[in-house]
Ligand binder design. Structure first.
Ligand code: ATP
Ligand code: MG
Length: 569
């Protein structure tokens, strides 16, 4: 491609709304333009990267026997009613109405459509297992679209679904997919790891998330020397060290004027945050529920939602706390006989002489003992694990890092097939629901994650296998006939050798060409300028280490082919 003809609108200025490097660089390098919140146009450079990632995905999946199909984006409400997800999915599901006032969803995933397909078209155990996938635009009305294509409302996903006679077969395919995912992300040049994950709205039992390591990642991963790794939201909490108490003291009400937060109360009463019980009020599907955790810890919403089987989980409002609980926001506590369910962190089970809100403005209780003073419904795991906590597997202290979730795999079991009565005839002639697995990869998010791991102050450094072009040829002397003719010839020859090449033939300042080349980040740059050319030399630079090497100009084709071979995985 000649740069003079290419649609690559690079920008000098950093766009104000872009908060992370990949978003900034995709806009500046002329890959991406925003249409609305979470809605983007992929310009030709981005589209080339997307096609490359898709190609890798297709090769690896086809290689393990998956078959590609394509399902409709628009899905009738009825099938979502059958699975029960029409109500559960909540506002993230984009819904629309047709001219006959029938409701539809824009697919955020396709479990319903594919389960229905299997219900009607897979009849016998002889046809199983089968693994079907598609690569398609998905829609999710994210509450907070951000970071460009990282969390968009319209994005490209590869979604695969497998059907099985039993668990053993499902587990086998799950392992195969796990390995295929390893190869896919390796070939995309990502540094990543697979971690135990929460199943979220998709449901099922076993699940792993594939995390691309990046400081800007939205997910926190806790990991341990022993090999255990889980997302913070999914990590089980190990016993915490509580403050030792010698003797249970009588309950005492104390004046704590305007002291609401744990910080304020601990300073005011001069006590450790560990000695405070934080009471967090949720509204879960119109039921007020109290959660008690130690003052020095944070609650984990995902654990709470899973525990309560919530469809809609929100913090209770001040009015609800005043009206339904006869308490005061900021001073809510667990003492006395309450009409609501109270769940407490299991680490609080034997806690004594704690401080908690007294359900009265400007007052707290001292010396609260949960066993004596409160009616706790159940002691449960609701605390967010963090770095330094003990590993739930081996007990050593865990570390943490941040990651971008680029893929997730699930063992769904018969959740969908049962709900939608999707069955097959087993070898005994019985009708049995399918065992299912589902497997997603964010194609467009993977592109952003690759940038997040490969950039410097000047721009992107594409890993060769997913770079929009493999080589950029930069002609610095577009007014020299000899150099133009050399470059034209080199361009042609490399193309004939199937090299993907962007040829900067523009009649502009060399500085602009160099800046654009570094910004766009093509892995191999070839620079042809007067000084070297006179000596029959040429310069090339590898963008990943920015090293420049001068060599005989006649040897460049062989060298480029060698470099491509070396950096293609
Ligand atoms: P997240 O937790 O980041 O919201 P998710 O767990 O809801 O993602 P899945 O349902 O597992 O996502 O979807 C499969 C893959 O699709 C994810 O691993 C991710 O790479 C990608 N993906 C999900 N949501 C988005 C989004 N809003 N924008 C871009 N990619 C997304
Ligand atoms: Mg996920």
């Amino acid at each position: 491609m000649r740069f003079s003809k290419a649609f690559i609108p690079t920008l000098k200025e950093t766009p104000a709304e872009a908060e992370i490097p990949s978003h900034r660089l995709m806009i500046r390098s002329g890959m991406l333009r925003k249409l609305g919140s979470g809605l983007y146009t992929y310009l030709p450079l981005a589209q080339r990267v997307i096609h490359k990632i898709e190609k890798i995905v297709r090769e690896e999946l086809d290689n393990i026997g998956c078959q590609e199909l394509l399902m409709p984006i628009i899905q009738p409400e009825e099938i979502w009613q059958l699975s029960g997800r029409w109500d559960i999915y909540g506002p993230e599901l984009m819904r629309l109405e047709d001219r006959h006032e029938r409701m539809f969803a824009l697919g955020p995933t396709h479990e319903e459509v594919i389960t229905l397909l299997a219900k009607y078209d897979i009849k016998s155990y002889r046809e199983l297992p089968i693994n079907l996938y598609q690569i398609q635009t998905k829609f999710r009305d994210e509450i907070r679209p951000r970071f460009g294509v990282m969390r968009a409302r319209e994005f490209t996903m590869k979604d695969a679904y497998s059907f099985h006679t039993d668990n053993v077969s499902l587990e086998e395919t799950y392992q195969k997919m796990y390995k295929a995912y390893d190869r896919i992300f390796e070939r995309c040049g990502l540094e990543f790891s697979a971690v135990e994950a929460d199943v979220g709205a998709i449901g099922g039992s076993d699940s792993h998330e594939f995390m691309a390591l990046a400081e800007t990642g939205e997910s926190e991963v806790l990991n341990c020397e022993c090999g255990y790794a889980a997302t913070a939201e999914n990590c089980k909490i190990s016993p915490l060290e509580n403050i030792k108490v010698e003797k249970e003291l009588p309950l005492e009400k104390v004046h704590t004027p305007d002291k609401k937060s744990v910080e304020e109360v601990s300073n005011f009463l001069d006590i450790d945050k560990k000695q405070i019980i934080k009471t967090i009020m949720y509204n879960s599907d119109n039921e007020l529920v109290a959660f008690l955790i130690r003052g020095d810890r944070e609650i984990n919403d995902v654990k709470v939602a899973n525990l309560l089987n919530s469809i809609n989980l929100e913090f209770a409002s001040d009015d609800e706390i005043a009206g339904e609980l006869d308490s005061v926001a900021g001073f809510v506590g667990p003492v006395g006989n309450k009409s609501i369910r109270i769940f407490a962190d299991k680490n609080l089970k034997d806690a004594m002489n704690m401080v908690a809100g007294a359900d009265e403005k400007d007052y707290h209780y001292k010396n609260v003992s949960l066993g004596r003073d409160c009616n706790v419904t159940e002691f449960v795991d609701i605390v967010q694990a963090k770095k330094g906590d003990k590993c739930p597997k081996c007990g050593k202290r865990m570390n943490s890092y941040r990651g971008i979730e680029v893929g997730q795999i699930f063992q769904l079991g018969d959740k969908y097939s049962k709900a939608m009565e999707a069955t097959f005839t087993d070898s005994d002639g019985k009708e049995v629901p399918f065992e299912m697995g589902c497997y997603g990869i964010g194609i467009t998010r993977t592109m952003a994650a690759a940038i997040e791991q490969n950039y410097d102050d000047y721009g992107i450094k594409w890993p060769l296998p997913i770079a929009p072009y493999q080589v950029e040829l930069i002609n610095l002397s577009t007014r020299s006939d000899a150099i133009v003719s050399f470059c034209d010839k080199l361009y042609k020859e490399l193309k004939q050798n199937n090299v993907e090449i962007l040829y900067d033939d523009r009649d502009i300042q060399p500085g602009v060409k160099f800046n654009d080349a570094d910004l766009i980040g093509i892995p191999i740059q070839i620079v042809v300028g007067q000084r070297n050319f006179k000596k029959e030399k040429i310069e090339y630079k590898l963008r990943h280490d920015n090293k420049k090497i001068t060599m005989d100009k006649d040897k460049i084709v062989v060298k480029v082919l060698e470099l491509i071979e070396k950096f293609s995985q």
